[in-house]
Design a protein around this ligand. Structure first.
Ligand code: C5P
Length: 408
């Protein structure tokens, strides 16, 4: 998503500049070409060298630098930009942008570019709350700018209030979303499930599985970054879910089934990456089961009676009203991969089944890589190399996009 994207990053003179050096570095690492412009006030806080070292590109401060080319630098930067980000955006620069001033490099680029504008205001909270600043932000939003609200917390002034620049991952999410808004999933609603489920035994114990949720999270993020409206339905995982999507937490298979059924009614695609428990305890104990209690058998053993959970995908396969929904299932197997995969593809009426042998090194639960084989409804079998889960996610969406029904 960020690979090869031209991002002009305008940095204003606020103490949060130090955080933006980290943002620049992360964007560069993700393959973006970041042209940093420092306002005169920003250059008082930090030297251009800090930014050019992490962006690996020149940093601009001077509107009047001769380029020796037909187009002045501000025109050239503005024309090439896929996105203009201003972070931290100070009250002064917000005012200059709102009123169309072009008295430095950053504001001149902002006027000359057709790229979307993303602003991350960060300042002392009275300055942020001031009616002038708020009116300027409203004006910019009306003209199409996206504003990332500042966070509330300790400010450099020593006070507590709204004015902190959000951390890099939050800024990155906004950047990815804006860049993806015209992506191949723009306007599509997709539902992704992730993680394992936890089936209660008693109020403190459960039956779970080793699913980390990482594959599902990678799929949800990739869809978001291609412009989709994502509903992520998460079972049990220790990893926080990604930003920029609707997240529903459903610890048990039954709760996940209800959430999926509701979400798919409006969706174009469902990707079931969750490891849903096949069985649950028929009647979980209402109190913690104690050793030696009446719950035990005479010989000290404990019997749990398990019943089958509904198969969410198999149930949806029966619903004719959902025929237009593109469905993708996962199969984690330890034996007979091909036979099991082909069987599931048919019985669950899937468009695509992503199968992996979880007993292989580097594949399956908890790893950041995965080696999968794609089983297509038309019989094609497509093995993929061992790849980072992010790349597996991209490959899966590449296969889903052509299957989506034409928008009416
Ligand atoms: O049959 P198996 O559990 O191996 O199928 C795996 C696929 O079916 C996964 O996509 C999983 O999310 C989905 N599944 C389901 N409901 C269940 C169990 C699995 O939708 N109860």
């Amino acid at each position: 998503m960020l690979q090869g994207k031209r991002i002009v990053l305008g940095v204003c003179g606020g103490i949060a500049v130090y955080k933006v050096a980290d943002l620049t570095s992360k964007l560069q690492q993700a393959g973006a070409l970041v042209d940093v412009i420092l306002t005169a006030h920003a250059a008082e806080f930090v030297r251009p060298l800090t930014f050019s070292t992490v962006s690996h590109r020149p940093v601009y401060t001077d509107l009047w630098e001769p380029t020796g080319q037909a187009a002045a630098r501000h025109i050239e930067l503005g024309a090439a930009a896929d996105l203009l980000v201003v972070a931290p955006a100070t009250a002064n620069t917000i005012a200059r942008l709102a009123h169309g001033l072009a008295d430095d490099m950053l504001t001149a680029v902002a006027l000359s570019t057709m790229a979307p504008l993303l602003l991350a205001p960060a300042m002392e909270h009275h300055m942020y709350q001031h009616p002038a600043t708020q009116a300027n932000l409203r004006l910019l939003a009306e003209r199409g700018a996206t504003i990332i609200p500042p966070e509330t917390g300790h400010l450099a002034s020593g006070e507590i209030g709204a004015g902190r620049l959000p951390e890099t991952p939050v800024l990155l999410t906004h950047i990815r979303r804006l860049l993806g808004r015209d992506g191949d999933l723009a306007g599509r609603r997709v539902v992704v499930t992730a993680g394992g489920t936890q089936e209660p035994i008693d109020p403190v114990r459960y039956i779970g599985n080793r699913s980390s949720g990482l594959m599902g999270f990678a799929l949800a993020e990739e869809a978001r970054d291609r412009g989709a409206d994502v509903t992520l339905i998460v079972g049990a995982t220790n990893t926080p879910p990604p930003d920029g999507m609707r997240v529903l937490h459903t610890p048990t298979a039954l709760a996940m089934r209800d959430a999926v059924r509701e979400a798919v009614a409006q969706a174009d695609a469902l990707v079931m990456a969750a490891a849903v428990a096949d069985y649950r305890v028929s009647e979980p104990a209402t109190q913690k089961i104690k050793k030696g209690s009446a719950a035990e058998n005479a010989d000290g053993s404990l019997t749990l009676h398990l019943v089958r959970n509904p198969d969410i995908l198999a149930e949806l396969a029966e619903e004719r009203a959902l025929d237009g929904l593109v469905r993708v299932g996962f199969a984690a197997e330890t034996t007979d991969l091909e036979r099991n995969a082909t069987k599931k593809l048919k019985s669950k009426r899937l468009n695509l089944l992503v199968a992996n042998d979880v007993s292989k090194a580097g594949s399956g639960f908890g790893t950041i890589t995965n080696e999968v084989t794609l089983y297509h409804a038309d019989g094609r079998i497509e093995p993929l190399a061992l790849l980072p889960k992010t790349e597996v996610a991209a490959a899966i969406w590449d296969r889903i996009v052509p299957l989506l029904k034409h928008k009416t």
